[in-house]
Design a protein around this ligand. Structure first.
Ligand code: DER
Length: 233
Protein backbone atom coordinates (compact mmCIF):
# COMPACT_ATOMS: atom_id res chain seq x y z
CA UNK A 1 0.00 0.00 0.00
CA UNK A 2 1.19 3.56 -0.55
CA UNK A 3 1.18 4.17 3.21
CA UNK A 4 3.65 1.30 3.70
CA UNK A 5 5.80 2.54 0.82
CA UNK A 6 5.89 5.91 2.55
CA UNK A 7 6.71 4.39 5.96
CA UNK A 8 9.47 2.27 4.45
CA UNK A 9 11.00 5.28 2.70
CA UNK A 10 11.16 7.28 5.93
CA UNK A 11 12.50 4.31 7.90
CA UNK A 12 15.27 3.50 5.43
CA UNK A 13 16.35 7.13 5.22
CA UNK A 14 16.69 7.34 9.00
CA UNK A 15 18.56 4.05 9.39
CA UNK A 16 20.87 4.64 6.41
CA UNK A 17 21.74 8.21 7.37
CA UNK A 18 22.07 7.97 11.13
CA UNK A 19 23.10 4.46 12.20
CA UNK A 20 26.75 3.46 12.36
CA UNK A 21 28.66 0.56 13.87
CA UNK A 22 28.99 0.74 17.62
CA UNK A 23 25.70 2.61 18.10
CA UNK A 24 23.37 1.94 21.01
CA UNK A 25 19.96 2.45 19.44
CA UNK A 26 16.55 3.13 21.02
CA UNK A 27 13.87 1.24 19.09
CA UNK A 28 10.49 2.98 19.08
CA UNK A 29 7.01 1.47 18.92
CA UNK A 30 4.26 1.38 16.34
CA UNK A 31 4.05 0.30 12.70
CA UNK A 32 6.62 2.59 11.05
CA UNK A 33 9.51 1.45 13.22
CA UNK A 34 8.92 -2.11 11.94
CA UNK A 35 10.46 -0.97 8.65
CA UNK A 36 13.35 0.64 10.50
CA UNK A 37 14.14 -2.61 12.35
CA UNK A 38 13.95 -4.53 9.07
CA UNK A 39 16.43 -2.11 7.44
CA UNK A 40 18.66 -2.21 10.53
CA UNK A 41 18.75 -6.03 10.41
CA UNK A 42 19.60 -5.88 6.70
CA UNK A 43 22.50 -3.50 7.34
CA UNK A 44 23.75 -5.50 10.34
CA UNK A 45 23.99 -8.66 8.27
CA UNK A 46 25.31 -6.96 5.10
CA UNK A 47 27.83 -4.64 6.75
CA UNK A 48 28.50 -6.64 9.95
CA UNK A 49 27.42 -3.58 11.93
CA UNK A 50 27.90 -3.84 15.69
CA UNK A 51 24.78 -2.32 17.29
CA UNK A 52 22.74 -2.86 20.46
CA UNK A 53 19.04 -2.07 20.78
CA UNK A 54 17.02 -0.71 23.70
CA UNK A 55 13.28 -1.35 23.14
CA UNK A 56 10.57 1.15 24.12
CA UNK A 57 7.79 -1.42 24.57
CA UNK A 58 6.97 -5.11 24.64
CA UNK A 59 6.22 -4.77 20.91
CA UNK A 60 9.62 -3.23 20.22
CA UNK A 61 11.33 -5.90 22.31
CA UNK A 62 9.64 -8.67 20.30
CA UNK A 63 10.67 -6.91 17.06
CA UNK A 64 14.33 -6.78 18.13
CA UNK A 65 14.31 -10.44 19.17
CA UNK A 66 12.52 -11.57 15.99
CA UNK A 67 15.22 -9.87 13.88
CA UNK A 68 18.05 -11.40 15.94
CA UNK A 69 19.35 -7.97 16.88
CA UNK A 70 21.34 -7.64 20.12
CA UNK A 71 19.10 -6.54 22.98
CA UNK A 72 20.20 -4.30 25.84
CA UNK A 73 18.56 -1.95 28.33
CA UNK A 74 19.00 1.35 30.15
CA UNK A 75 20.66 -0.30 33.18
CA UNK A 76 23.53 -1.50 31.01
CA UNK A 77 23.45 1.45 28.56
CA UNK A 78 21.92 4.53 30.23
CA UNK A 79 23.19 6.72 27.36
CA UNK A 80 22.12 5.97 23.78
CA UNK A 81 23.50 7.37 20.54
CA UNK A 82 20.19 7.54 18.74
CA UNK A 83 16.52 6.71 19.16
CA UNK A 84 14.38 5.99 16.10
CA UNK A 85 10.63 6.30 16.69
CA UNK A 86 7.33 7.11 15.06
CA UNK A 87 4.89 9.90 15.84
CA UNK A 88 1.22 10.65 15.45
CA UNK A 89 1.84 14.31 14.67
CA UNK A 90 4.81 16.62 14.14
CA UNK A 91 3.90 20.28 14.44
CA UNK A 92 5.58 23.28 12.84
CA UNK A 93 7.87 23.71 15.87
CA UNK A 94 8.97 20.04 15.68
CA UNK A 95 6.98 19.24 18.81
CA UNK A 96 5.51 15.75 18.66
CA UNK A 97 2.29 14.11 19.64
CA UNK A 98 2.93 10.47 20.45
CA UNK A 99 1.10 7.72 22.23
CA UNK A 100 -1.22 6.53 19.49
CA UNK A 101 0.14 3.07 20.24
CA UNK A 102 -0.01 3.56 24.00
CA UNK A 103 3.77 3.31 24.47
CA UNK A 104 4.52 6.94 25.25
CA UNK A 105 6.05 6.45 28.73
CA UNK A 106 8.92 4.14 27.81
CA UNK A 107 9.30 5.94 24.47
CA UNK A 108 9.81 9.27 26.23
CA UNK A 109 12.21 7.75 28.78
CA UNK A 110 14.37 6.11 26.09
CA UNK A 111 14.23 9.23 23.89
CA UNK A 112 15.38 11.32 26.86
CA UNK A 113 18.45 9.06 27.25
CA UNK A 114 19.39 9.37 23.55
CA UNK A 115 21.75 11.94 22.03
CA UNK A 116 19.49 12.15 18.98
CA UNK A 117 15.74 11.43 18.52
CA UNK A 118 15.01 10.67 14.86
CA UNK A 119 11.33 10.58 13.96
CA UNK A 120 9.95 8.57 11.02
CA UNK A 121 6.45 8.98 9.65
CA UNK A 122 4.41 8.57 6.52
CA UNK A 123 3.30 11.75 4.75
CA UNK A 124 0.29 10.76 2.67
CA UNK A 125 -3.00 12.52 2.02
CA UNK A 126 -4.82 10.53 4.69
CA UNK A 127 -2.12 10.29 7.36
CA UNK A 128 -2.09 13.99 8.33
CA UNK A 129 0.97 13.71 10.58
CA UNK A 130 2.54 17.04 9.70
CA UNK A 131 1.11 20.36 10.79
CA UNK A 132 -0.73 21.89 13.69
CA UNK A 133 -4.01 20.04 13.52
CA UNK A 134 -3.81 18.11 16.80
CA UNK A 135 -6.73 16.18 15.39
CA UNK A 136 -5.80 12.92 17.01
CA UNK A 137 -5.87 14.33 20.50
CA UNK A 138 -3.22 14.14 23.22
CA UNK A 139 -2.66 10.77 24.94
CA UNK A 140 -1.95 11.01 28.69
CA UNK A 141 -0.69 8.05 30.74
CA UNK A 142 -2.26 7.99 34.22
CA UNK A 143 -2.24 5.85 37.33
CA UNK A 144 -5.44 3.75 37.19
CA UNK A 145 -6.77 4.98 40.55
CA UNK A 146 -6.64 8.61 39.41
CA UNK A 147 -8.23 8.55 35.98
CA UNK A 148 -11.63 10.08 36.93
CA UNK A 149 -10.33 13.04 39.00
CA UNK A 150 -7.75 13.76 36.27
CA UNK A 151 -10.43 13.55 33.55
CA UNK A 152 -12.56 16.07 35.47
CA UNK A 153 -9.67 18.41 36.26
CA UNK A 154 -8.39 18.61 32.67
CA UNK A 155 -11.88 19.21 31.29
CA UNK A 156 -12.56 21.88 33.90
CA UNK A 157 -9.21 23.65 33.48
CA UNK A 158 -8.68 23.41 29.73
CA UNK A 159 -11.96 22.24 28.18
CA UNK A 160 -12.33 19.56 25.56
CA UNK A 161 -13.18 15.90 26.14
CA UNK A 162 -11.02 13.39 28.04
CA UNK A 163 -11.82 9.74 27.42
CA UNK A 164 -10.45 6.54 28.91
CA UNK A 165 -8.89 4.49 26.09
CA UNK A 166 -10.77 1.21 25.93
CA UNK A 167 -9.17 -2.01 24.64
CA UNK A 168 -10.47 -3.67 21.47
CA UNK A 169 -9.52 -7.34 21.97
CA UNK A 170 -9.95 -7.33 25.72
CA UNK A 171 -12.83 -6.22 27.91
CA UNK A 172 -12.08 -2.99 29.77
CA UNK A 173 -9.46 -0.23 29.33
CA UNK A 174 -6.07 -0.45 27.61
CA UNK A 175 -3.38 -1.33 30.18
CA UNK A 176 0.06 -0.01 29.19
CA UNK A 177 3.35 -1.97 29.43
CA UNK A 178 3.87 -0.16 32.73
CA UNK A 179 0.42 -1.11 34.07
CA UNK A 180 -1.22 2.29 33.63
CA UNK A 181 -4.30 3.67 31.81
CA UNK A 182 -4.31 6.03 28.83
CA UNK A 183 -6.60 9.05 28.62
CA UNK A 184 -7.18 10.65 25.21
CA UNK A 185 -7.76 14.41 25.39
CA UNK A 186 -9.60 15.81 22.34
CA UNK A 187 -11.54 18.83 21.13
CA UNK A 188 -9.57 21.34 23.22
CA UNK A 189 -9.28 24.86 21.87
CA UNK A 190 -6.51 24.79 19.31
CA UNK A 191 -4.30 27.73 20.16
CA UNK A 192 -2.93 26.69 23.54
CA UNK A 193 0.71 26.79 24.53
CA UNK A 194 1.69 23.12 24.50
CA UNK A 195 4.88 23.67 26.42
CA UNK A 196 3.04 25.33 29.32
CA UNK A 197 0.19 22.79 29.24
CA UNK A 198 2.66 19.90 29.26
CA UNK A 199 4.43 21.33 32.31
CA UNK A 200 1.14 21.89 34.13
CA UNK A 201 -0.14 18.41 33.31
CA UNK A 202 3.07 16.80 34.56
CA UNK A 203 2.54 18.49 37.92
CA UNK A 204 -0.86 16.84 38.37
CA UNK A 205 -0.61 13.93 40.83
CA UNK A 206 -1.55 10.73 39.00
CA UNK A 207 -0.40 11.85 35.57
CA UNK A 208 2.59 9.62 34.76
CA UNK A 209 3.48 11.27 31.43
CA UNK A 210 1.98 12.90 28.36
CA UNK A 211 2.21 12.23 24.63
CA UNK A 212 3.60 15.76 24.16
CA UNK A 213 7.30 15.48 23.22
CA UNK A 214 8.30 19.14 23.42
CA UNK A 215 11.56 20.06 21.62
CA UNK A 216 12.89 16.49 21.88
CA UNK A 217 13.17 15.51 18.22
CA UNK A 218 16.38 16.33 16.35
CA UNK A 219 15.13 15.49 12.86
CA UNK A 220 12.02 14.02 11.23
CA UNK A 221 11.80 11.99 8.02
CA UNK A 222 8.52 11.96 6.15
CA UNK A 223 8.10 9.21 3.58
CA UNK A 224 5.97 9.83 0.50
CA UNK A 225 3.72 7.46 -1.45
CA UNK A 226 6.18 7.43 -4.37
CA UNK A 227 8.96 6.04 -2.17
CA UNK A 228 10.80 9.32 -1.79
CA UNK A 229 11.13 11.24 1.48
CA UNK A 230 11.63 14.72 2.88
CA UNK A 231 13.23 15.71 6.16
CA UNK A 232 12.62 18.49 8.68
CA UNK A 233 14.92 19.65 11.47
O1 DER B 1 2.57 5.24 20.14
C1 DER B 1 3.46 5.88 19.58
O2 DER B 1 4.01 6.90 20.04
C2 DER B 1 3.89 5.45 18.20
O3 DER B 1 5.22 5.79 17.95
C3 DER B 1 2.97 6.13 17.21
O4 DER B 1 2.87 7.45 17.55
C4 DER B 1 3.43 6.02 15.78
O5 DER B 1 2.88 4.85 15.34
P1 DER B 1 2.80 4.51 13.77
O6 DER B 1 4.24 4.50 13.29
O7 DER B 1 2.16 3.16 13.76
O8 DER B 1 1.97 5.58 13.13
Amino acid sequence: SCINIAKKAAARAAVDRHVKSGNIIGIGSGSTVVFAVERLAERVSKEALKVKCVPTSFQARQLVIQHNLPLTDLEIHPELDICIDGADEVDSQMNLIKGGGGCLLQEKIVASCSKKLVIIADYTKDSQKLGDQYKKGIPIEVSPIAFVPIQNRIQKLYGGKVELRMAVNKAGPVITDSGNFILDWREFNQDINWNEINTELLLMPGIVDTGLFIQMASISYFGLADGSFKSRE
